[in-house]
Each structure stands twice: as C-alpha cells, then as structure tokens.
Design a protein around this ligand. Structure first.
Ligand code: CP
Ligand code: NVA
Length: 304
C-alpha cells in the first residue's frame, strides 16, 4: 500500500481530521495521567530541518520517545542534502531506513518531490506555503476549550502567510468561517482564496474581522526567510496588532491563538499572551499530542 503523506490538511478527509484531533486529546489525557504507551516501539522518525524550530523539533522528538520510538535530527549542514544530492535520491534512501519523515523547508515543492519518491509517510512540518501540523494543534485546542468549531467565526489578523493558508484549508475542512484582515500587498495566495471563497472573507480593517469572532489568530509579520523585509513589514502591519482593544470587539468568550514564536509589541501586545482568552500555551503543548496522533495514524494506519 502506498504511504499516506501529510503535506496539507487536504491530504485527510474531514472525518479523519476530526478523529485525529480527538485522538490527540485522548493522548494528552493519558500522558497527563502518567500512562505509558509504546505504540511506536522500534519505529524511527527522520526529521529534516532546513529552517529553525523550537516547538516542532521538541514535540516530534519527545513524541516519538513517548510512544516508544526514536527520532533523528538531520540538518542540511551535516547531510548530503546540503551538498546538492537530489531530493528524490535522498527520499528513496532515507525512506528505506525509517518509518516516517518530517520535513521543514522553504519551497513547498520540496516536500512534494520528497513525498513522491518516499516509501515512508512524509509530514510537512512547515514550508513557505503551509503549516498543517500547527492547525492540528490549534483545532485540538479550540475543541478542548469550546467544543466543535463548526459554524464559528475565526479572525486571522496579519500576514497572508503559511499559517493563514493552512487556516484557509481548515475553514473548509472543519467548517468555520474565516475573516482575514491583511494590509494591501500581503494577502494570501489568490488561487487558494478563490478555491475557498465560500468559507473566507478578505477584509482590510482588523476591527471588522475581529467583531464577534469566536477565535482571534495571528502570527509574526516577517516569517522565516523574510528577515530582510522586517522594517518594511513593521510599517505595513502597524495597525494589525492583536491588543486588548481588538480583543474587546470579539465575542465575549473568544479565544486567542498564536503559533509562536511571538514578537511582543508587534503582531501581539505583550499583555495579550496572558489574557484570560489566550490559550497560547495549551496550543503549543498540543503540538506534542496532535502529532503523536498523526504519527500513529500515518505509521500504523489506525487511531485507537
Ligand atoms: N509554531 C512553530 O512551528 O514553532 P517552531 O518554529 O518553534 O517549531
Ligand atoms: N509564519 C511563521 C511561522 C513560524 C512557526 C514562519 O514561517 O516563520
């Protein structure tokens, strides 16, 4: 049987995604109760990082260990990938030795090429275009705090980046409406917006997007690889900060998420991290549990 990959949320059905999210919560509860689980005993995850990471690396590595397996960190600096060995050759070789491969890289095409040549499941751990693992954690966190997100209004405030793109996919898959407030010139991919036009509304004013929303979400203004645009972006995004005034426009029990790392004083005001509606720390921890569910699903082809 061909391996299942997870390059975007569209690689799963809605039913599979909802089961994954529920399984993530079960794994979180079991883990908190101190239950030992060895579902991935002797299994190995290769982790290829071409960009920095704290949460993704720690959660995948800890997750594999907690399930009885192990994870191996591979950086282009120390592998032949960094010296120009073709992606397809690397994929054939690496996937012949491990049970799953996780990749964080720049071009989305890289994970697509890798997955086409890979015998083992490939997980997109962030590309310039998508960050689907973060969405598993976000959806799990919303459900744990507020129940189903179906029919809710989510406000994306800031850059039309990889996280925003994954929120657009999530709007269709999890059945919520997404208000997107971005400055001119920083909108999400037009093709993606068109494909999900019944689920999203593009707005200019953050206040309009946030009004009565059930969840406010933001992310850094300059993503990895855009460091030299930082100054120009600070200017363009100046009024797109999530602060108390913006949060006050949202629904009374609205939640606030940020995938982290956060730039306090830029996309989010410092006090908002600890706002009563903020679930940012649970969101970060849930990367661990959501991805353990994902690994079990992709490697074992089951969720129980
Ligand atoms: N949210 C997220 O992916 O964080 P890292 O870049 O630290 O992995
Ligand atoms: N949009 C950010 C997300 C970091 C987790 C980036 O790509 O750098």
């Amino acid at each position: 049987m061909a391996a299942r990959h997870f390059l975007t949320l569209n690689d799963m059905s809605t039913n599979e995604l909802e089961n994954l999210v529920d399984h993530g919560s079960r794994l979180r509860n079991e883990w908190r109760q101190g239950k030992v689980r060895d579902s991935l005993k002797n299994r190995v995850l290769a982790m290829i990082f071409e960009k920095s990471s704290t949460r993704t690396r720690v959660s995948f590595e800890a997750g594999m260990t907690q399930l009885g397996g192990s994870a191996m960190f591979l950086s282009p600096r120390d592998t032949q990938l960094g010296r120009g060995e073709p992606i397809e050759d690397s994929a054939i070789v690496i996937s012949s030795m491990v049970d799953a491969v996780m990749i964080r890289t720049f071009a989305h095409e890289t994970v697509e090429k890798f997955s086409q040549a890979s015998r083992a499941p490939v997980i997109n751990a962030l590309t310039d275009d998508f960050h689907p693992c973060q969405l598993l954690a976000d959806m799990q966190t919303y459900r744990e705090h507020r129940g189903s997100i179906r029919g809710a209004t989510v406000a994306w405030i800031g850059d039309g980046n990889n996280m925003c793109h994954s929120y657009i996919n999530a709007a269709t898959q999890f059945d919520f409406h997404l208000n997107i407030a971005t400055p001119e010139g920083y909108e999400p991919d037009p093709k993606l917006m068109k494909a999900h036009s019944d689920r999203i509304t593009l707005m200019r004013e953050p206040e309009e997007a946030a009004r009565n929303a059930n969840l406010l979400v933001t992310d850094v203004w300059a993503s990895m690889g855009q460091e030299d645009e930082q100054k120009a972006r600070e200017k363009a995004f100046a009024k797109y900060q999530i602060n108390k005034a913006l949060m006050d426009l949202a629904a009374k029990d609205a939640l606030l998420m940020h995938c982290l790392p956060a730039h306090r004083g830029e996309e989010i005001s410092a006090e908002m991290i600890d706002h009563p509606g903020s679930v940012i720390w649970d969101e970060a921890e849930n990367r661990l549990h959501a991805q353990k569910a994902l690994l079990e699903f992709l490697i074992l082809n089951r969720l129980d």
